[in-house]
Design a protein around this ligand. Structure first.
Ligand SMILES: [Zn+2]
Ligand SMILES: [Zn+2]
Length: 124
């Protein structure tokens, strides 16, 4: 006799009764998806100030606006592929953006991040 009362598997739509107290049936073991590989360390402080100055000296205008034939002064040093998605903190992954374009891009990246989490949850 198990000491704990059986509980349904907590996987969405499963509901198989679990007797070992883990909360998950053998088909749906708990995922360790909280453990994600750490993103490379962000450059901060004085080093970042210098990199920004170099970038804006080289390319002072927002690249996204420029693509739409708009002329906007860049204020953000943006990672084209975000560090969280495997991008590198190197010049070829850096572009100058104005704060409006940077905001829009960050929002899209956050939305993608949320969807990735949700997919991982549903696959689990
Ligand atoms: Zn299950
Ligand atoms: Zn822009």
């Amino acid at each position: 006799m198990a000491s704990a009362a059986p509980r349904p598997c907590s996987h969405p739509g499963c509901g198989v009764l679990v007797y070992d107290g883990s909360g998950r049936c053998p088909k749906h073991p708990r995922k360790t998806w909280a453990k994600r590989p750490a993103a490379p360390k962000r450059i901060t402080g004085r080093a970042l100030q210098r990199l920004r100055a170099e970038l804006f000296a080289r390319e002072p205008l927002c690249r996204a606006c420029n693509a739409k034939a708009l002329v906007t002064l860049a204020t953000q040093r943006d990672h084209i592929i975000p560090l969280e998605e495997g991008g590198a903190d190197t010049d070829d992954n850096i572009q100058p953006l104005c704060s409006a374009c940077h905001d829009a891009k960050s929002k899209a990246e956050r939305a993608r991040g949320v969807r990735r989490h949700w997919d991982a949850y549903r696959e689990g």
